[in-house]
Design a protein around this ligand. Structure first.
Ligand code: PMP
Length: 433
């Protein structure tokens, strides 16, 4: 039975009852009680700047989301086998936002579900099971989405334990991958061409290629130029389909681009979205072509009890409305450019900063012990995050080596908060961690 408890007592309860298969942020985590815009406030009333919450795209505690949710709950919340206005409205708005030809939407409850469904749809469209995925990627926790996840931070033995239908491509990491720099795309593509020819010779035809369109799990590293165009061409030449996982990078976070794949100048066959789409409410989608949706329909029906519920659709619509009205994509461009410039400036005095990746409000500060060897400053990154927390800033490590500060704040981040973050990081790096 629940009794009231706070602080350390509550942390002990969590540790005892919440299955410890999931890491917790921080050794001494603040107990967060509420959120407002890009701030989190703990039970003692202390405010923290949230520099990494890439789910709450509009910011915490948005009154319009709260009001829309309360209103919809009172009006109607039922499953998508019923006919109600908000479902058709959300699906048509999503298909308007997607490139021409991607007209069909399936609504689910998370990024994991969207990726899992996308893989199944690719299988239905091609009658095949082989999937090519890149190293250093995360796509979800279910059997299917986990199978194509290769992130060593999440699973140190990921590369040795993927099922046989999963084929691994090199991490197209322009900073520390096997080929480097923004023009390394054709070399990565040539490697995939060789891999695919080898699969052809073994009689293995690929169903799909899946990747993020901007390399989020590697720390917000842009893919090399021409990469997706080259890979998509190879996959399509073999009758496979191309899946763009936009769970993190879609929805305007990159500032200049609403979708990550626009930066690569490609159009995928299947898009997966979640996270930002519900601003924290469980909501995800697969957006695809009629041809692929038809093939999937041929395999039987698809249904998710809460996916596309009245409540989820209403929240999804409100997110899109607020995103546009508050010009958050433009804010991501402007504040993101300012933030990136200031972080790049820090590189001049702090040699531990090996690179500042990303664009818009999707940045990564990669910390290294040596700018030539790129030795990852993993322990330093964790310690720096702890010191930043003490100074009222929430940021966490990401990437395989856990040496990149993950900077993916709500898109309402203000210029002054961006500057505050840079000042705090500067001080931690100057005074030591
Ligand atoms: N794809 C990507 C690129 C992700 O970053 C994530 C979540 N980190 C997922 C899929 C899975 O999303 P969810 O946690 O909503 O299941």
């Amino acid at each position: 039975a629940a009794t009231s408890a706070t602080g350390d007592d509550m942390l002990r309860r969590r540790q005892f009852h919440f299955a410890q298969v999931q890491e917790i942020y921080y050794q001494q985590p603040p107990q967060i009680e509420r959120g407002w815009q890009h701030h989190l406030i703990d039970i003692r009333g202390r405010s923290y700047l949230d520099m990494m919450n890439n789910v709450t795209i509009l910011g915490h505690g948005h009154p319009e989301i709260a009001a829309a949710a309360a209103d919809q709950w009172q009006l109607l919340n039922t499953n998508s086998r019923f006919h109600y206005e908000v479902l058709g409205e959300l699906c048509s708005q999503l298909s308007d936002l997607a490139p021409a030809g991607l007209d069909e939407v399936l609504l689910v409850n998370s990024g994991t579900e969207a990726v899992d469904l996308a893989l199944r749809m690719a299988g239905a469209a091609t009658g095949r099971s082989a999937v090519v995925t890149v190293k250093e990627a995360y796509h979800g926790w279910s059997m299917g989405s986990d199978a194509v996840s290769t992130s060593l931070a999440d699973n140190p033995s990921a590369l040795e334990t993927r099922p046989e239908w999963v084929h691994l491509a090199a991490a197209p990491n322009t900073y520390r991958g096997i080929y480097r720099g923004p023009d390394s795309g054709p070399r990565y593509v040539a490697d995939i061409a060789r891999q695919l020819s080898e699969l052809d010779s073994r009689g293995i035809a690929v169903a799909a290629f899946i990747s993020e369109s901007f390399y989020g799990n590697a720390g917000g590293v842009p893919l090399p130029r021409e990469y997706l165009a080259g890979v998509y061409e190879l996959i399509r030449a073999r009758g496979g389909v191309c899946i763009a996982d936009e769970v993190q990078v879609g929805f305007g976070r990159l500032g200049e681009y609403f979708w990550g794949f626009e930066e690569q100048r490609v159009v995928p066959d299947i898009i997966t979205v979640a996270k930002s789409m519900g601003n924290g409410h469980p909501l995800g989608a697969v957006i695809t072509t009629r041809e692929i949706a038809d093939a999937f329909r041929g395999e039987g029906s698809f249904f998710s009890s809460a996916g596309g519920s009245g409540l989820s659709c209403r929240i999804g619509l409100t997110v899109l409305q607020v995103l546009e009205r508050e010009n958050l994509q433009r804010n991501a461009t402007e504040v993101g450019a300012h933030l990136k410039a200031e972080l790049l400036h820090l590189m001049e005095t702090h040699h531990i900063i090996g690179a500042v990746h990303g664009m818009g409000l999707y940045l990564g500060v990669e910390l290294v012990r040596d700018r030539d060897t790129l030795e990852a400053a993993r322990e330093e990154t964790f310690a720096i995050c702890e010191r930043l927390r003490e100074r009222g800033v929430i940021v966490q490590p990401t990437a395989d080596r856990q040496n990149v500060l993950k900077i993916k704040p709500p898109l309402c981040l203000s210029m002054s908060s961006a500057t505050f973050f840079v000042q705090q990081l500067d001080e931690v790096l100057t005074r030591g961690w």
